[in-house]
Design a protein around this ligand. Structure first.
Ligand SMILES: NC(=O)c1ccc[n+]([C@@H]2O[C@H](COP(=O)([O-])OP(=O)(O)OC[C@H]3O[C@@H](n4cnc5c(N)ncnc54)[C@H](OP(=O)(O)O)[C@@H]3O)[C@@H](O)[C@H]2O)c1
Length: 281
């Protein structure tokens, strides 16, 4: 049995489906009761990664845990040890943590201090541990959906700065492989897409897929911070904009890790757009 936190999110939704398709018994964790129909092999359990004790029932009988810190749990909350004690007590043997590329590329960034703390604790836990460090997600483009629907306009900062955004479905596929296969313990995988693409180019891909013209309006850093801070802690918004505006060479590089784990190329931004077009119509 495999327990999946963040199960209603961009990565978790796909991961739960993939694991169930692959014949695993899955416990999907959410703060809400039964947020989606219980597909074959999937049981929903109520729990909050910010409250270690609440996860204990979801871990009963689990041999592996997919750990994703949602929302402000990326910056605040109980110590990693509180959670890892509950995990060890439940007899879990394997853990896969979603961290961030920035945890490694900017080791002093205050925005990622808690993720670095979780990485260190997971590595020291004695469990069979693997860290996933994704770059920016293709699904961050959901932030454009409302103005695309209402004004046929994409609003984004740093329009011409290109980064290799990763499809969360690829992160889910890597997570499924690492949760199920041996040989990944002790590794930290950097997960990116197959090519660099700027926000302006992403908007053009979206326009082509919609079959409509979209205007691109470049936001200032301050305007973008105001938008992002509505959805994430202010320090994470600051760290995110540092990467989007002035990426390091290591953050612009395409990583081979998705292809190495999945034995197929990482998906381009277009693939994410095609699966998510209804959000923009
Ligand atoms: N977006 C990026 O570009 C990027 C880049 C690198 C790394 N990351 C990392 O990837 C992770 C996000 O992955 P994702 O997009 O799949 O997740 P997500 O969709 O943002 O959220 C996953 C789930 O976490 C739960 N959640 C949200 N806020 C919470 C809170 N305050 N306390 C407890 N649970 C909460 C929610 O589930 P329920 O409501 O069902 O409980 C939500 O559906 C984060 O750890 C982030 O640091 C993101």
């Amino acid at each position: 049995m495999i327990t999946v936190t963040g199960a209603t999110g961009n990565i978790g939704r796909t991961l739960v489906e993939l694991l169930a398709e692959q014949g695993e018994q899955v416990v999907a964790v959410s703060r809400k009761a039964q947020p989606a129909p219980g597909a074959a092999g999937v049981r929903w359990a109520r729990g909050d990664v910010g409250d270690a004790a609440s996860l204990r029932p979801a871990l009963d009988g689990a041999r592996a845990l997919f750990l994703l810190l949602g929302g402000e749990r990326n910056t605040h909350g109980e110590s990693p040890d509180a959670l890892l004690d509950v995990v060890a007590d439940a007899g879990v043997e394997r853990i896969v943590l979603v961290s961030s590329q920035v945890s490694a590329t900017r080791p002093d960034a205050p925005s990622h201090a808690r993720l670095r703390e979780f990485e260190a604790a997971v590595r020291a836990s004695g469990l069979d541990a693997t860290i996933l460090r994704p770059g920016g997600f293709a699904s961050n483009a959901f932030a454009w959906a409302e103005t695309v629907r209402s004004k046929r306009t994409v609003l984004a900062p740093f329009g011409d700065v290109a980064l290799p955004v990763v499809d969360p479905a690829d992160i889910a596929a890597v997570a499924a492989a690492v949760l199920r296969e041996d040989g990944h313990a002790g590794h930290a995988y950097e997960l990116t897409g197959p090519e660099r693409i700027s926000p302006r180019e992403q908007a053009a891909v979206l326009a082509e897929a919609l079959g409509e013209e979209l205007a691109f309006v470049e936001l200032s850093r301050e305007q973008a911070h105001g938008h992002l801070a509505q959805f994430m802690p202010a320090e994470v918004a600051t760290g995110t904009l540092d990467v989007l505006g002035l990426p390091l060479p290591t953050e612009q590089a395409v990583s081979a890790d998705v292809a190495a784990v999945l034995r197929r190329p990482a998906a381009p931004f277009r693939a994410w757009v095609e699966r998510n077009l209804p959000a923009f119509r």
